[in-house]
Design a protein around this ligand. Structure first.
Ligand SMILES: [Zn+2]
Length: 314
């Protein structure tokens, strides 16, 4: 038995995970960012204790606790070096959590944990090297090479969303211009759709805005599927930008699988089939087997399952 914790800027989700990597019980509570870290970690401990109490297990049944958090972790020392979302700097997560549990505690980046979840128990289960690309507000990335998370000597690597795909392009919060996540995240999609709506007042996108509603991933896709030409062009551009970044990843790493996650991946083949075609056109060589580009299968559970076992892949 393991405990996996997905610590986010909005909520903390924890789960009891069995040896077959199935979640037995989940619970969550709000993070309420801005409080002292000791209070937030105390809430994590309470969440874990509740789960154990409700399932009849005790601390001695738990092999390890793993915690996935946004930001840059110091994996060796179990310290969260920096997290913008949590407003944390150098927080000794392992030491603090071990005040409550006499159990090994592992810490890693949340995107890495999700990648381990998909690699060990999800869409990439039968594949070796895997890159998880999570399309959300930004683009999260987790790279699994030779059964280990690859995130660099200082644990700050794997930031695939911040590879520039258009030099001098749209400014990014990281300080560069033209990062992949400015174009191929849901935020990028909405940005492009809003611009297209301004240029094409006859489009269904404009009708949505005129009703006082906002554009989101779902309604932009719905407009395209209903035959709206402007929305379709936006979706085609979006898929193209996704393909550009995935091609870059493939040219460098040639992973056996690229797993695409995030809510927008529920568009399934409507999103991914054209991406695959574009990647096949653009990759350095098509004389070798191409990596599989597939949809993630665990949803939000990937983060909990991956965190639970992350210590085995560090
Ligand atoms: Zn960036």
């Amino acid at each position: 038995m393991y405990i996996g914790v997905d610590l986010g800027g909005t909520k903390i989700a924890a789960g009891l995970v069995d040896d077959n990597l199935k979640i037995i019980k989940k619970a969550s509570c709000p993070t309420n960012v801005g409080r002292p870290y000791s209070e937030i970690i105390k809430d994590i401990a309470c969440l874990i204790e509740d789960i154990l109490a409700q399932t009849g297990y005790s601390q001695s049944d738990i092999k390890s606790i793993g915690l996935g958090s946004p930001g840059v972790p110091d994996i060796k020392n179990g310290v969260l070096v920096f997290s913008n979302n949590l407003q944390w700097n150098f927080v000794p997560v392992r030491t603090e959590l071990q005040k409550y549990f006499n159990t090994p505690v592992y810490l890693d980046n949340d995107a890495n944990c999700a990648a381990i979840g998909e690699y060990a128990a999800g869409a990439a289960k039968q594949y070796n090297t895997t890159v998880l690309v999570t399309l959300g507000t930004g683009i999260g990335g987790g790279i699994v090479l030779n059964d280990k998370i690859h995130n660099g000597f200082n644990y700050a690597g794997g930031e695939i969303g911040h590879m520039v795909i258009k030099a001098g392009g749209i400014p990014c919060s990281c300080g560069r211009d033209g990062c992949w996540e400015r174009y191929a995240s849901v935020t990028g999609l909405i940005y492009m759709a809003n611009n297209a709506a301004k240029e094409h007042p006859e489009s269904m996108l404009t009708q949505i805005l005129n009703k006082g509603e906002k554009l989101n991933g779902r309604n932009i896709f719905d407009c395209a599927k209903s035959g709206d030409k402007t929305a379709l062009k936006v979706i085609e551009d979006f898929r193209y930008y996704i393909a550009v970044g995935i091609t870059n990843i493939i040219n460098i790493l040639q992973p056996e699988a690229v797993v695409v996650g995030g809510g927008i991946s529920n568009e399934g083949e409507y999103l991914l089939a054209p991406v695959r075609e574009q990647v096949a056109k653009e990759v350095y060589t098509d004389k070798v087997p191409l990596p599989h580009i597939i949809k993630a299968s665990l949803g939000n559970d990937a983060g909990i399952i991956g965190a639970a076992i992350v210590g085995q892949y560090q």
